[in-house]
Design a protein. Structure first.
Length: 136
Protein backbone atom coordinates (compact mmCIF):
# COMPACT_ATOMS: atom_id res chain seq x y z
CA UNK A 1 0.00 0.00 0.00
CA UNK A 2 1.38 3.40 -0.98
CA UNK A 3 1.10 6.70 0.85
CA UNK A 4 -1.59 7.72 -1.65
CA UNK A 5 -3.78 4.67 -1.08
CA UNK A 6 -6.04 3.52 1.71
CA UNK A 7 -7.33 0.18 2.93
CA UNK A 8 -11.10 0.00 3.18
CA UNK A 9 -11.04 0.33 6.97
CA UNK A 10 -8.92 3.47 6.74
CA UNK A 11 -11.24 4.88 4.07
CA UNK A 12 -14.21 4.15 6.30
CA UNK A 13 -12.66 6.11 9.18
CA UNK A 14 -11.65 9.00 6.92
CA UNK A 15 -15.09 9.38 5.36
CA UNK A 16 -17.38 8.29 8.17
CA UNK A 17 -18.97 5.68 5.89
CA UNK A 18 -19.33 2.06 6.97
CA UNK A 19 -17.34 -0.59 5.12
CA UNK A 20 -20.50 -2.39 4.01
CA UNK A 21 -21.83 0.86 2.57
CA UNK A 22 -18.59 1.51 0.71
CA UNK A 23 -18.86 -1.93 -0.86
CA UNK A 24 -22.51 -1.30 -1.69
CA UNK A 25 -21.62 1.97 -3.43
CA UNK A 26 -19.06 0.02 -5.48
CA UNK A 27 -21.67 -2.60 -6.38
CA UNK A 28 -24.19 -0.02 -7.63
CA UNK A 29 -21.54 1.98 -9.48
CA UNK A 30 -21.49 5.16 -7.37
CA UNK A 31 -17.89 4.44 -6.43
CA UNK A 32 -15.51 3.07 -9.04
CA UNK A 33 -13.97 -0.26 -8.20
CA UNK A 34 -10.46 0.33 -6.87
CA UNK A 35 -7.38 -1.45 -8.11
CA UNK A 36 -6.14 -4.35 -6.01
CA UNK A 37 -2.79 -5.04 -4.44
CA UNK A 38 -0.73 -8.14 -5.12
CA UNK A 39 -2.47 -9.64 -2.08
CA UNK A 40 -5.88 -8.86 -3.67
CA UNK A 41 -6.69 -6.04 -1.20
CA UNK A 42 -8.61 -3.05 -2.47
CA UNK A 43 -6.43 0.07 -2.71
CA UNK A 44 -8.51 3.24 -2.49
CA UNK A 45 -7.12 6.56 -3.70
CA UNK A 46 -7.74 10.13 -2.57
CA UNK A 47 -10.25 10.33 -5.46
CA UNK A 48 -12.27 7.53 -3.85
CA UNK A 49 -12.10 9.40 -0.52
CA UNK A 50 -13.26 12.63 -2.16
CA UNK A 51 -16.12 10.90 -3.97
CA UNK A 52 -17.27 9.20 -0.76
CA UNK A 53 -17.16 12.52 1.06
CA UNK A 54 -19.31 14.03 -1.71
CA UNK A 55 -21.78 11.14 -1.43
CA UNK A 56 -21.92 11.39 2.39
CA UNK A 57 -22.58 15.11 2.25
CA UNK A 58 -25.26 14.62 -0.41
CA UNK A 59 -26.89 11.92 1.74
CA UNK A 60 -26.74 14.30 4.72
CA UNK A 61 -28.73 16.75 2.60
CA UNK A 62 -31.26 13.95 2.15
CA UNK A 63 -30.60 13.34 -1.53
CA UNK A 64 -31.42 9.92 -2.93
CA UNK A 65 -28.92 7.70 -4.67
CA UNK A 66 -30.25 8.45 -8.17
CA UNK A 67 -29.97 12.22 -7.59
CA UNK A 68 -26.44 11.67 -6.29
CA UNK A 69 -25.61 9.60 -9.36
CA UNK A 70 -26.81 12.45 -11.60
CA UNK A 71 -24.83 15.01 -9.62
CA UNK A 72 -21.68 12.88 -9.81
CA UNK A 73 -22.06 12.64 -13.59
CA UNK A 74 -22.64 16.37 -13.76
CA UNK A 75 -19.60 17.03 -11.59
CA UNK A 76 -17.42 15.42 -14.27
CA UNK A 77 -18.54 18.01 -16.87
CA UNK A 78 -17.42 21.14 -15.10
CA UNK A 79 -17.78 23.37 -18.18
CA UNK A 80 -21.54 22.66 -18.51
CA UNK A 81 -24.22 24.97 -17.11
CA UNK A 82 -25.38 23.91 -13.67
CA UNK A 83 -29.10 24.02 -14.50
CA UNK A 84 -29.39 20.27 -13.99
CA UNK A 85 -28.00 20.59 -10.46
CA UNK A 86 -30.44 23.40 -9.83
CA UNK A 87 -33.37 21.27 -11.07
CA UNK A 88 -32.30 18.38 -8.83
CA UNK A 89 -32.03 20.72 -5.83
CA UNK A 90 -35.40 22.33 -6.63
CA UNK A 91 -37.13 18.94 -6.86
CA UNK A 92 -35.55 17.93 -3.56
CA UNK A 93 -36.66 21.18 -1.92
CA UNK A 94 -40.23 20.56 -3.10
CA UNK A 95 -40.12 17.05 -1.62
CA UNK A 96 -38.83 18.50 1.67
CA UNK A 97 -41.63 21.07 1.72
CA UNK A 98 -44.20 18.30 1.14
CA UNK A 99 -42.72 16.23 3.98
CA UNK A 100 -42.90 19.27 6.27
CA UNK A 101 -46.60 19.67 5.41
CA UNK A 102 -47.22 15.97 6.02
CA UNK A 103 -45.38 16.05 9.35
CA UNK A 104 -47.24 19.20 10.41
CA UNK A 105 -50.56 17.44 9.72
CA UNK A 106 -49.35 14.36 11.60
CA UNK A 107 -48.32 16.54 14.54
CA UNK A 108 -51.78 18.08 14.66
CA UNK A 109 -53.38 14.62 14.63
CA UNK A 110 -51.23 13.48 17.55
CA UNK A 111 -51.92 16.67 19.49
CA UNK A 112 -55.65 16.05 19.04
CA UNK A 113 -55.34 12.41 20.13
CA UNK A 114 -53.25 13.29 23.18
CA UNK A 115 -55.65 16.07 24.20
CA UNK A 116 -58.61 13.67 23.87
CA UNK A 117 -56.94 11.00 26.02
CA UNK A 118 -58.66 10.76 29.39
CA UNK A 119 -55.79 8.88 30.99
CA UNK A 120 -58.30 6.52 32.54
CA UNK A 121 -58.84 2.99 31.27
CA UNK A 122 -57.08 1.41 28.29
CA UNK A 123 -60.50 0.27 27.05
CA UNK A 124 -61.43 3.95 26.58
CA UNK A 125 -58.08 5.09 25.16
CA UNK A 126 -58.60 7.40 22.17
CA UNK A 127 -55.01 6.84 21.03
CA UNK A 128 -55.40 3.06 20.83
CA UNK A 129 -58.84 3.43 19.20
CA UNK A 130 -57.33 5.73 16.55
CA UNK A 131 -54.66 3.15 15.76
CA UNK A 132 -57.37 0.53 15.22
CA UNK A 133 -59.58 2.88 13.21
CA UNK A 134 -58.52 3.32 9.54
CA UNK A 135 -60.83 6.30 9.11
CA UNK A 136 -58.71 8.70 11.20
Amino acid sequence: MTVDSFAIGQLSVLTGIKITTIRYYETIGLLPEPPRSGGNRRLYSPLHRDRLTFIRRARNFGLGLEAIRELLLLDRSRDQPCTTASHIAQAHLEAIEQRIQDLTALKAQFQTLIAACSGQRVADCTILRALHDEER
